[in-house]
Design a protein around this ligand. Structure first.
Ligand code: M6R
Length: 586
């Protein structure tokens, strides 16, 4: 979603803002802008399109500005265009915003100024300017009492050209501490070139930054001291490292990411050392997108091995379904970013009802990580490409380890521990996936089918393909096809059949024969020596592995297939249209 970068110090603010915004491009956006403050004026430059488009305008920027804010916008209120791009100005106030002001309509009716844009953000700027009497902090505290919804705001006041203000609620924002300069940013990669030291802002907290000093206040105006943190990720992690795309790099980082995740939770032949679980009720896994698909795998594995009832639910549904929860349940919320608005809301709902919560999260210190009763971090490292790859695989691995822990089956862990070398072998099949991508790239629609864990894999493979290739794709439980969907199968309809689960092989095979009989072109993903003669037109074979390892190995193959299909179609692989890396609005 939107990206925010702010700077105050002695250097040229414009260069630092542009550099930071480029590092935040991965979040997904459709317009960009910066505001530069100096000598009682604030200049705004903004436009639809990429940061590179904005950069071309900056020749006209003021010579020296040492304080400024920048923004990449992912449109929610109003189409992507120059007028709606941030920063927004109202009188002496200029601000950038990530989130949604939910009471925008009421405020719009109440404030007697006509906004120029269609955005909710401009209403927040008008509100602040209305409340501003020369004391920025008082105006901010008053404004946040009126604003409903989610916001991370970077704010400049025209008559305070060397001070940067920030506040957040339900939207991510961090504060970077430099040497004689300070920063705000939506995420760590934007800071790394300048500093590793940063602070997390709690809900409703306000930060005031000058070049020498950062002061923090709680929402009710109390000054607070905060612990400075050190970012562990290196600069290279935000670079492509010789790959054409972040997605390719991240696909290839999976053996290492899985290794790091396994070693964190399986030490000296012991699973989750020091962790105890006593689940008398149901495990309810809640997540969005790919994290939900990892949850489907988790449900399959925990129920199969530990015989504990598990549900896997989509967070945006769960939060509004008034779920029937018991204090004996365990809510597991899964998220790469730890900031997904619906997942955060689901966690808060569970906590409010006194149900124990566990977050499986990749980003250290993210909202879910901070608010859950317990956190298990995946060790995937920073993931930049919008399409998740290594974070998904690590989520699945962690859930399988958890399933084995709950089943008190530590023996099978050796198989999970061997996964990194298995994934290395899967990665050797890149060329085969590329050749198949050439064959399938013209498809207008296709189907993924599978049973059991292969159904979860089908859901993930299908999402991965459609989000970056823009080919319409549907995932189906193989046995469900004949209850309606099979009517769509005709001569040449591509069907990707997942047959990696030996227990269900013959059942799925029957379904594959049914679609084949109706003219489907079948690509089968299966294990070694599986007998598919006369049924599959093409086969991708997993290296020798057990059923326990197959969903991770299969996921990597399908990621490669999706990646090459998107490349063949000439798409923007890392930043697919309309998508954001971290969905911080509901
Ligand atoms: O950060 P999260 O894991 O909570 O994100 C959830 C989904 O938005 C995410 O998995 C999305 O579906 C990916 N683009 C899929 O590749």
């Amino acid at each position: 979603m939107c990206g925010i970068m702010g700077y105050t110090g002695d250097r040229d603010a414009k260069d630092i803002l542009i550099g930071g915004l480029k590092k935040l491009e991965y979040r997904g956006y459709d317009s960009a802008g910066i505001a530069l403050a100096a000598d009682g004026t604030i200049e705004i430059f903004k436009d639809e399109g990429k940061v590179a488009v904005l950069e071309k305008q900056l020749d006209q920027a003021m010579e020296i500005s040492k304080t400024g804010i920048g923004h990449t916008r992912w449109a929610t209120h109003g189409v992507p265009c120059k007028k709606n791009a941030h920063p927004h100005r109202a009188g002496r106030v200029v601000l950038v915003h990530n989130g949604i002001i939910e009471n925008e309509k009421e405020l719009r009716a109440e404030l007697d100024r006509q906004p120029i844009s269609d955005t909710d953000t401009e209403i927040a700027a008008i509100l602040l300017d209305t409340l501003y009497n020369g004391d920025p902090l008082t105006a901010i505290f008053q404004a946040i009492k009126r604003l409903e919804g989610s916001y991370a705001l970077g704010i400049l006041f025209e008559d305070q050209p060397q001070t940067l203000y920030a506040v957040r609620k339900d939207s991510p924002l961090i504060v970077g501490r430099g040497n004689g300069e300070n920063f705000i940013a939506s995420d760590i990669p934007a800071l790394l070139e300048h500093t590793r030291q940063y602070y997390l802002l709690n809900e409703g907290e306000v930060a005031v930054l000058t070049k020498e000093r950062i002061t923090f206040f709680t929402a009710d105006g109390q000054q607070v001291n905060k612990e400075v943190l050190t970012a562990e990720q290196d600069l290279q992690s935000a670079e492509k490292g010789g790959y054409a795309h972040f997605m390719a790099k991240e696909i290839h980082e999976q053996p290492e990411a899985v290794q790091a995740t396994v070693s964190r939770y399986y030490k000296d032949h012991t699973l989750f050392p020091g962790e105890e679980f006593n689940i008398q009720g149901t495990i309810r896994i809640v997540a969005c997108g790919s994290a939900y698909h990892a949850g489907l795998l988790g449900k399959y594995a925990i129920e199969k091995w530990a015989r504990i009832p598990v549900t896997a639910e989509i967070a945006s549904e769960f939060r509004y379904n008034d779920p029937i929860l018991s204090k004996e349940d365990l809510i597991i919320v899964i998220s790469q970013s730890g900031e997904t608005a619906d997942s955060v809301a689901a966690l808060r709902l569970a906590k409010a009802r006194g149900v124990p919560t566990l977050a499986i999260v990749n980003v250290w210190g993210s909202t879910l990580a901070r608010e859950a009763d317990r956190v298990f971090y995946t060790a995937a490292g920073p993931e930049i490409s919008v399409a998740t790859t290594k974070a998904y695989t690590c989520q699945a691995v962690l859930l399988y380890l958890l399933a084995l822990k709950l089943a008190e089956n530590e023996l099978a862990c050796e198989k999970i521990a061997a996964l990194p070398s298995l994934l290395e072998r899967v990665l050797e099949q890149g060329e085969q996936c590329r050749a198949l991508a050439q064959k399938f790239k013209q498809a207008h629609r296709l189907f993924f089918i599978g049973r059991g864990q292969d159904h979860a894999l089908a859901c993930e493979g299908s999402l991965k393909l459609k989000e970056i290739s823009y080919i319409h794709s549907e995932a189906y439980a193989a046995g469900e096809l004949k209850h309606g969907t099979i009517s769509l199968i005709e001569e040449g309809t591509p069907v990707i059949a997942l047959l990696t689960d030996r227990e269900r092989f013959s059942k799925t095979l029957s379904n594959v024969k049914e679609v084949k009989a109706r003219g489907a072109t079948v690509l089968a993903v299966t294990y070694e020596n599986a007998d598919l003669a006369g049924v599959a037109d093409d086969i991708l074979t997993l290296p020798p592995c057990s059923d326990l390892e197959a969903p991770m190995a299969g996921a990597v193959l399908l990621q490669l297939f999706a990646y090459y299909t998107a490349v063949e179609r000439g798409n923007d692989v890392d930043q697919p249209r309309n998508l954001a890396k971290s969905v911080t609005v509901e």
